[in-house]
Every structure is written in structure tokens, then in C-alpha cells.
Ligand binder design. Sequence first.
Ligand code: CP
Ligand code: NVA
Length: 311
Amino acid sequence: MNLKIKDFLSITDLKKEELLFVLKTAKDFKSGKLKADSLKEKSVAMIFEKPSTRTRLSFQTAIYELGGQPINLNSTEMQLSRGETVHDTAKVISRYVHAITLRTFEHSRVVELAKHATVPVINALSDFEHPCQILADLQTMEEKTGLQGIKAVFVGDGDNNVTNSFIFACAILGIPLTVACPKKYSPKKAVIEKARSLSKNMGLSITDDPKAAVKDADVIYTDVWISMGMEKESAERKKAFMPFQVNSKLMSYAGESNYIIMHDLPAHRGEEITDEIIDGPHSVVFDEAENRKHAQKAILHLLMTRNINKR
Ligand code: CP
Ligand code: NVA
């Protein structure tokens, strides 16, 4: 299968069959069945406007294992920080490298970069989406619970980048999803509408009752209450989200099933999740972290082979 996209900015860039194909490619990279040097003698510029541990390292190692050279760039050390436009930056960088990843604030910046770059651009997290994370999460779910006949629940901030991408992914794959969040932090109307447009009979429900939500869940996902850039809202958010903490008490409502606990990390232990849960037998958080590398290898490989000879 050939991906029809130049860039990977949103999980919704992939249709269901394409998404499953990316996951199959990631699985084959992980098992060693697939080896590729699709980045041989090629470079990938990785621009970070926000901190990162997993995304930085998983891209760096994935690029190296595909035979390429990662170039790690902090935006504060680039002319971007002195006002050079994203437009000009995109055009210039495209003359040197074969792909670009960007971690940024406003999603419009990664869209602008992709518009003017002649090479593939990958969203390494924006305020609106974190599609690479969700690829790794889906790979983990496929390994642990399968992707069919499962019920997923997101507990916590219903209105952040990870939640948005997870909502879209569940809609694309037809996975019933309940988002349990304080009313004030519910998914945006536009996100719900977009998810509905991806799947006619999408099983998305939103509730402010986390105990009812986790009952019989196969997948329970949480993320930080205070995403990067929201630090000013810290006190207000901590108060609002406390009833949504993923802890033993809440998990006692999940039943005895083989559910998995997911978190994209970094976790704020003692806030959205407690030690006994993140370190407990249901937790798959470090598998998710590992799968970042395999999933990103897959998307890089497929974008590079799709765009080969296009420069
Ligand atoms: N999950 C994730 O993107 O982690 P980093 O912020 O460390 O890259
Ligand atoms: N929602 C989090 C994800 C971190 C990987 C944030 O944006 O900070």
C-alpha cells in the first residue's frame, strides 16, 4: 500500500485501511520482520518549540535505524526565535533535508510549515493533536487487547491534544469511546463534529462520572491535567480534575477484567495517576513509550518511500 499523503499532521490524515497498514508496518519493524534503509544518506530536521524526552529520542533512534541522520534543533537556537517566518524556515530547511518533524504550540504552525515545505512534515505534537503518540498507543492496544470488540475510556482532560487524537482514532477504527471529564474540560464541539464525520455510527459518549465510565472498560487512558503551555491554569485545573484521578478507588469500579492502563507520559504521579496504578499490573505505559520508535519508523518509512524521487 502507498500512503497518499505528503505530511502526517493529524491522525485523520489516514483512512482506516491506511492506519491499519501503518500499524502493521510498525509491528513488522518491531518484530524484525521488516528492515529498511529508506533514510540512507538522508537527513531529518527535528524542530522542538517545547520540551521532549520520548518524541526526541524515539525519532532520533528511528531515523538512525532507517539509515538516516537526525538533526536535533531547539527553536530557541534558530532564527525562528528572532522572528524568521515559518514560511521561510520551511523553504530553507527543505533545501537541506528530506523530512521535518515539528513540536509546536499552535497547530497552525505545523500546517504552515507543511504548506511551504517541499519535503514531508510530521507533527511531533501541537496544541491540537499528537498523532505520533496515538499511533504508538494503537500499536500497544493491538498487542494487549486487540482493536476489535473493545471499549475504551479516557479519564481526565477531555480537551487536549492527546484526547483529540485519541477521539479521532477511535472514530476512524470504530472503537466505542467514553470520555470522562469535568464539564468545563469537555471535548470541543468541533472535535466531536469532526469525529462524527469520520464515522457515522461512532460510539463516542462524554460523561462527568468516571466511576460509571470505567465499568467494563478494556482500555483506560489518562494524560496530564496541565499540558505544556497551560501552566497558568495549574491551580484551577488541579482542583477540577481531582475527582478524575486514576487511582485504586476509581479502578475498583473497573471490575475484574483484563483492562489496560495507558498514559502517553510524562506522568505527574499523584495528580492524574497514582503510583500503585502506573506501576501496577494493568499498566502498559512503558510499552507505549517503546512503541513510539516502531510507529515513527513506520510512518517515516512509508512517507519516504511514498515521496521518493519527489525532490
Ligand atoms: N509522550 C510524549 O510525547 O513524550 P515527550 O513529551 O517526552 O516527547
Ligand atoms: N497533553 C500533553 C502531552 C505531552 C506529551 C501536553 O501537551 O503537554
